[in-house]
Ligand binder design. Structure first.
Ligand code: SAM
Length: 306
């Protein structure tokens, strides 16, 4: 493996062999006659400042096993290999495998797996390559499956220490949104139940080849060992959250009443809100995660649906 090349400021030095510039990216694409696959969300990173921000936010050291989702032609994988102990890179596009074997040839700490990340058993990968210890996920995610990937990892409680991922800016904002804001919703609450989100960088369209239609952002999700709130019935809490954001402009009472997955008498909802010091006309978007947990613990006995 090549020596870890970082400067005093913690930045990775960029050398001629690195793909992180338009010229080297175009050369590789031409060499292998690669055409961008829109269906796989292929937008390759070409900006070294953004790359450095990702690597810094991911806080990778030589003890870490990194799982990269969608390495593409290996642009980010090169830097991951230079910072991590080992990198497992899962790429769905068969045509990119010979490219990766070429661009990552100088590293002996990388395993390339051809396949769909949604079908990979991450727990098994952690056992096989990291003695069962949690892995760090780093990815410039294909936007068409951002939420299933992130929620799949968080909800299934697989051994993951953190996720540092490039997503659509709007999705990053929703993940770290606070109560009462326009973008606060079920995704904010789910992400904040499992992790601490931190927006590491805003990334404009011109940092990719080809340019995506939307602005992007890098978000770091530091996974909790224990959730920040205690809730006896987690499934019920997320049903209540879903119910209250299904019709954003409706009150929490109406949201619960109109949601088919719940059967809670309206009177119980009103009384519980009152006990919590909340008005019966409160909207779901005003409640904090703490309040959702408390509400769930108090209302559970009234729910007829299991
Ligand atoms: N990491 C590269 C970079 O930063 O330049 C490429 C990022 S590109 C936005 C997304 C990559 O994910 C593509 O290489 C694409 O083929 C791959 N991909 C898309 N869907 C995937 C899936 N279900 N499983 C694994 N890889 C996938």
């Amino acid at each position: 493996m090549k020596e870890n090349e970082t400067t005093d400021t913690g930045c990775n030095e960029v050398s001629d062999y690195h793909l992180i510039n338009p010229k080297n990216t175009i050369n590789i694409l031409k060499k292998y006659d690669i055409h961008f696959q829109k269906k796989y969300g292929q937008n390759f990173l070409i900006d070294s400042h953004v790359m450095n921000k990702i690597i810094r936010a991911a806080d990778i050291g030589s003890d870490d096993l990194v799982l990269e989702i969608g390495p593409g032609i290996g642009t980010m994988t090169q830097f991951l290999c230079e910072n991590a102990g080992r990198v497992i890179a899962v790429e769905i596009d068969k045509k990119l495998i010979p490219v990766l074997e070429d661009t990552l040839e100088r590293y002996d700490n990388v395993n390339i797996i051809q396949g769909d990340i949604l079908k990979q058993d991450i727990t098994k990968l952690a056992e096989e390559y990291n003695g069962g210890k949690p892995v760090k996920i780093v990815a410039n995610l294909p936007y068409y499956i951002t939420t299933p990937i992130i929620m799949g990892v968080l909800e299934n409680e697989v051994p993951v220490k953190s996720l540092t991922v490039m997503v659509q800016k709007e999705v990053a904002e929703r993940m770290q949104a606070k109560p009462g804001t326009k973008v606060y919703g079920a995704l904010s609450l789910a992400v904040q139940y499992y992790s601490k989100p931190y927006l590491a960088a805003n990334v404009p369209e011109n940092c990719f080849m080809p340019r995506p239609n939307v602005a992007s952002a890098v978000i770091n999700l530091d996974c909790f060992d224990e959730p920040p709130v205690k809730v006896k019935n987690k499934k019920l809490m997320f049903e209540i959250i879903r119910a209250s954001f299904q019709q954003r402009r409706k009150t929490l009472c109406n949201g619960i009443r109109n949601y088919s997955g719940l059967d809670i008498p309206n009177e119980a909802v009103v009384n519980t809100l009152e006990e919590m010091g909340l008005d019966a006309s409160v909207r779901g978007e005003k409640l904090t995660l703490d309040q959702y947990a408390a509400f769930t613990n108090m209302i559970e006995k009234f729910n007829v649906c299991s």
